[in-house]
Ligand binder design. Structure first.
Ligand SMILES: NC(=O)c1ccc[n+]([C@@H]2O[C@H](COP(=O)([O-])OP(=O)(O)OC[C@H]3O[C@@H](n4cnc5c(N)ncnc54)[C@H](OP(=O)(O)O)[C@@H]3O)[C@@H](O)[C@H]2O)c1
Length: 321
């Protein structure tokens, strides 16, 4: 099969599209002919070889990245019923990795592809959607909230904007560049481009100069997060889902603003993961959360990583063999 293989940690071009042996399903496993595989921002950090407490451990090399896989079962291992063959499925546990034409997963770790959800949307929901659902459980948004979402045009960002609007909150999405801000506006939220100087003043203006932000949902960190933090009124909350940016952000709150590390909270409760995955797939199938997918050929994985690092991607990024 073809797969995207990393043989040495480093720049995006180290991801090579190669021919490798087909993986065989072991006992209790199914093999999936991949139709869509998810890409995560954190995989660009791992590919570069940077270890992080909040990322999975660096893999042994050579490695094939990507755990999110949707496709069709084309072989079964010992102990797995033949009725699995031909079934459309999605999983968050694909190995050796989803950046490939074939992946294997435990039969107990795959979900039937929900009716009404395509392969690419299912891949977008099974982890990124699950993260959004978990984050939203923690944030507990209400119609009284004034919500500021950073990286609002991203995979998680677009989903949390949709939910915040659905509960009746006032929502401002902040994103890098005019096109991303426009994508957020299309969801029905107010939006600002945080590459522009004074974007925080624009947020204040959009809120009529008087209503402070009650909750920031942040996946960016660094100086942008620090600026967003200053927009929160007394007694508000800052909920972080991880920081793409290298700058450390440790808010010193003198105004009773709660700092909530949602990512640490979710990582501390791995037993809840399957529940979030099912709920996210359901929400996708029923149109309660609609992912925006940007798809690329599998063979372009290196270019996709580079584009992600340049912040040029938008929505959930998916590779298609
Ligand atoms: N997806 C998940 O399941 C998951 C799980 C755990 C944690 N997280 C964390 O949650 C955050 C959002 O995740 P996501 O999957 O939805 O990713 P994402 O927002 O789609 O990630 C890419 C976007 O992040 C923004 N960004 C901010 N700082 C950046 C930097 N220094 N370099 C490159 N991009 C930067 C860019 O958008 P702008 O141009 O708009 O700034 C970029 O387009 C990330 O910090 C991620 O690590 C996600």
């Amino acid at each position: 099969m073809h797969a995207v293989v990393l043989r040495e940690f480093g720049p995006a071009e180290n991801l090579r599209y190669e021919t490798v042996p087909d993986p065989e399903p072991g006992p209790g496993q199914v093999r999936i002919a991949v139709r869509a595989a998810g890409v995560h921002f954190i995989e660009t950090v791992m590919r570069a070889g940077a270890a992080s407490d909040l990322a999975p451990p660096l893999p042994e090399l050579p490695a094939v990245f990507g755990g999110e896989v949707a496709g069709v079962v084309d072989a079964v291992g010992p102990g797995v019923e033949g009725s699995w063959l031909g079934r459309a499925v999605v999983t968050a546990s694909g190995t050796p990795g989803g950046y490939a034409e074939l992946a294997v997963a435990g039969a107990d770790q795959v979900y039937p592809l929900p009716q009404g959800l395509g392969f690419q949307d299912a891949v977008a929901m099974v982890v990124t959607g699950a993260t959004a659902v978990g984050l939203l459980d923690i944030a507990r948004l209400t119609a009284d909230d004034v919500v500021l979402v950073t990286s609002a045009a991203g995979g998680v960002g677009r989903l949390v904007v949709q939910h915040a609007l659905a509960v009746g909150a006032t929502v401002v999405g902040a994103a890098g560049g005019a096109a991303k801000a426009e994508a957020v506006r299309k969801l029905g939220a107010e939006a600002v481009d945080y590459r522009e100087d004074g974007w925080d003043d624009t947020v204040r203006e959009l809120l009529g100069g008087e209503r402070p932000v009650t909750v920031v949902l942040d996946g960016v960190g660094g100086i942008l997060a620090a600026t967003a933090y200053e927009l929160i009124g007394d007694g508000g909350r800052f909920v972080s889902i991880g920081s793409a940016s290298q700058v450390d952000f440790t808010p010193a709150s003198e105004r009773g603003v709660a700092y909530v590390d949602a990512l640490l909270d979710l990582l501390a409760r791995p037993e809840d993961r399957a529940g979030y995955q099912s709920r996210a797939l359901d929400a996708g199938a029923h149109g309660e959360l609609v992912p925006a997918v940007q798809s690329f050929p599998l063979s372009h994985a290196a270019e996709v990583h580079a584009a992600m690092e340049r912040r040029e991607t938008t929505g959930k990024v998916v590779l298609v063999p």
